[in-house]
Design a binder for this molecule. Structure first.
Ligand SMILES: [Zn+2]
Length: 314
């Protein structure tokens, strides 16, 4: 049982980290019954490439998918083809998208087109669909508060929505280890220079703020995320504070932009990016997730009014 290129981040937990554009993409291999369990699967080739090269040796019998995004589930179908006994688990809230990738692209990545006429170009959507890999079947769903044994650890399942409806994390209190996925995203996942490499992609704002509060109450000693390096308790606390500050700052940017004149969705994407851009312009469209959430929250609180033609005014 070997992972030759993994960094051991805790006893029995290896980090498989690859570049994904300017970011890192992290998958975790956990020792499990003489083989491996995985937390997330990466994109096509992330795990199966290691198996084929002989870098990851030993049966892979369990995969927990943190949420419905291509960079966390894309290698799952190929992995199952290599490991027929693999069981794949997720939270019910993301199950349909994890199983049906055309629906994932249409309803998640292209979410803003029906309502706002805004979205990624066709070639980007096609590439996202490719990164999802083939459709997969989920064997069972995990509920908040349930426990999951992986190797010698009993993990507690946490439902931590906001980035996606059914995002889950795994928490091991005795060791203070949190398998976080993308549950909180600070000002956006860091690139090579440490600054945000893309906009943060939280969406359901009330859920996201509750998730931040919930995670802040845990005595975390090591947080293992999808795109950050391993974070100790202090750095994780900072990420949680940045995640909340980002939402508060962005809500003010949207309100300010809508003061005195009606603004369209695309105008507000521009305002958010102009306020904080540390990424190349091709990443700007990823602010559509958070903006859709901000508009829903601000109109629901009657701090913004929707005008004809889907414009917004304070
Ligand atoms: Zn991710």
């Amino acid at each position: 049982m070997v992972v030759s290129d993994a960094a051991a981040v805790a006893p029995g937990i290896g980090l498989l980290s690859d570049p994904l554009g300017d970011r890192r993409l992290n998958v975790y291999a956990l020792e499990h019954d003489g083989g491996w369990a995985l937390f997330d699967a990466g994109v096509p080739g992330t795990v199966t490439g290691r198996v084929e090269r002989g870098d990851l040796v030993g049966a892979i019998t369990l995969l927990v998918v943190s949420h419905a995004d291509a960079d966390h589930l894309g290698d799952a179908a190929a992995l199952r083809a290599l490991s027929p006994n693999l069981r794949i688990l997720c939270h019910a809230g993301d199950r349909r998208w994890i199983e049906d990738h055309d629906a994932l692209v249409r309803e998640r990545y292209d979410h803003a087109r029906p309502r706002y006429g805004y979205g990624y170009p066709t070639d980007v959507l096609r590439e996202l669909r490719r990164l999802c890999g083939a459709d997969i079947r989920i064997d069972a769903t995990l509920d908040d508060g349930s426990s999951l044994r992986i190797g010698s650890r009993e993990w507690r399942v946490l439902h931590v929505p906001g980035h996606s409806p059914g995002h889950l994390a795994l928490w091991h209190e005795p060791d203070g280890v949190l398998l976080l996925g993308d549950a909180v995203l600070g000002f956006g996942p860091p690139g090579g220079d440490g600054r945000a490499s893309m906009p943060p992609t939280h969406q359901s704002i009330g859920d996201y703020l509750r998730t931040i509060d919930r995670l802040a109450r845990l005595p975390v000693r090591l947080a293992l995320s999808g795109h950050w390096p391993p974070l100790d308790g202090a750095l994780f606390g900072r990420l949680l504070r940045e995640s909340r500050t980002c939402v508060e700052r962005d809500l003010e940017v949207v309100l300010e932009a809508c003061s005195g004149q009606p603004r369209r969705f695309a105008d507000l994407i521009g305002a958010l990016n102009d306020r904080s851009r540390s990424w190349p312009p091709r990443e700007d469209a990823a602010y559509s997730f958070a903006l859709a959430g901000y508009l829903e929250r601000l109109t629901g609180q009657q701090r913004l009014r929707e005008e004809p033609g889907r414009t917004y005014i304070r």
